[in-house]
Design a protein around this ligand. Structure first.
Ligand code: AMP
Length: 395
């Protein structure tokens, strides 16, 4: 059994917490603090209970070398602003100085360790490195969902060194929405897929063919499906390697619960840079044009499907949402999910995938849906029913 945070007695304890502070940094400043915000309730709870908190995370891919651009120092500054208190920072995660700082922290204090991946031993799940990390705390809490699918020292090897170990509130929330809500889902279940890459979403579609009632396939990936159906898609994005798989999925879907739904019209242009746009019905896209967003009839239809669903999972933007002229599909779906969530009639709305989560946050809606996942690969694996190493290690 994995122990959730609220079951621990935390007063005057040192909590060693693995968090996912792998956030974008530009010119020494955090440019998107979503992952830090998402871990805040766990950190604050520990502090309120009278614990001292030692935080460890990776940032980027420094490949075992110290890289000033990938220092967690800017994250520490952002965290300190959010907590409205000073925090301690160590420039190495396993140095004696860092360990002494951890041993010396008092109740209500926070100590952030430097990037774990400045040491190759982190990604190698090295036992000695795990043992050194473990010296920072008395209770181990993992709240780093973004790395839950990895077998690393700070989330797998380390757990053997603790009697008292468990997960934080963010991990609990990710499990609740990405796993438990699909164990016995509130029907109808709708899966909305978009984005460019089909490869990463194939297992998700296959798993949901008998879990969902409707699967909407949209974004750039839909053209591979339409091509598989023999339809004209002009110059739209095609994953040539994916056509056979798309054909197979369309065939499989005929004998499964889920109905596949495709857009009926598209916003098209000659290329992504062009702002001269035109709406074409599906099958009528001219050879010189590419579909870059869904059209108004598709938006209307998808919004109706969403309205009559009780569990909705959305992964992948409807179009090239980064450009205003191709963002209407994505923002309209986001608005509908918010409307449904705010009606407070029990519908569950879950958003996953880096780009979709970024889109929803750019509209300021991250708190207006049931859950926005902080994981990319980890959320896809959990949704596909796989067991993630970080949870298995704690189970
Ligand atoms: P993914 O990482 O597979 O979820 O893909 C996200 C990317 O898909 C975003 O950068 C979107 O701009 C892109 N995208 C969405 N719709 C289209 C489309 N119709 N054509 C090309 N790219 C698209």
């Amino acid at each position: 059994m994995i122990k959730p945070l609220h079951t621990f007695y935390l007063k005057n304890k040192r909590i060693l917490m693995r968090v996912d502070f792998n956030v974008p940094i530009n010119n020494g400043r955090v440019v998107d603090d979503f992952r830090i915000q998402s871990t805040l309730p766990t950190i604050q709870y520990c502090l309120e209970q009278g614990a001292g908190v030692v935080l460890m995370s990776h940032l980027g891919r420094p490949n075992g070398k110290v890289d000033a651009d990938l220092s967690l120092m800017p994250v520490g500054e952002t965290l300190s602003d959010m907590l409205e208190m000073p925090i301690k920072f160590s420039d190495d995660c396993i140095s004696e100085d860092a360990r002494d700082t951890s041993l010396g922290i008092s109740a209500g204090e926070v100590h952030l360790l430097e990037n774990l991946r400045f040491h190759n031993e982190e990604t190698q799940n090295d036992p000695y490195f795990s043992m050194l990390l473990a010296k920072h705390g008395e209770i181990y809490i993992n709240d780093a969902f973004g790395t839950a699918h990895r077998v690393h020292a700070s989330n797998v090897g380390i757990v053997d060194h603790f009697k008292q170990k468990g997960i934080g509130f963010l991990m609990e929330k990710e499990l609740k929405y990405l796993k438990e809500s699909f164990d016995r889902p509130r029907r109808p279940v709708t899966l909305i897929l978009g984005g460019a890459k089909i490869g990463t979403k194939i297992s998700l579609i296959q798993r949901f063919l008998n879990k969902a009632d409707t699967i909407i396939i949209s974004g750039g990936m839909v053209f591979t499906f339409l091509k598989a159906k023999g339809e004209e898609v002009g110059k739209s994005l095609i994953d040539e390697n994916g056509v056979a798989i798309a054909s197979q999925i369309i065939k499989e879907a005929k004998n499964q619960k889920a109905k596949l739904v495709f857009p009926s019209d598209f916003i098209c242009a000659k290329n992504i840079e062009s702002e001269s746009i035109k709406i074409y019905s599906r099958r009528k896209i001219p050879k010189t044009m590419m579909g870059l967003d869904i059209g108004p009839r598709s938006i209307e239809r998808f919004r109706k499907i969403i309205s009559s669903s009780n569990t909705i999972l959305w992964n992948g933007p409807m179009g090239v949402y980064e450009k205003d002229c191709f963002s209407k599909g994505t923002s309209s779906i986001a608005e509908k999910l918010v409307e449904l969530t705010e009606a407070d009639a029990g519908q569950i709305t879950i958003v996953g995938g880096g780009d979709t989560a970024a889109a929803i946050r750019s509209y300021g809606y991250q708190r207006n849906v049931s859950h926005v996942s902080t994981g990319g690969g980890a959320s896809l694996e959990l949704l596909c029913g796989e067991s993630l190493p970080a949870f298995t290690a704690l189970g």
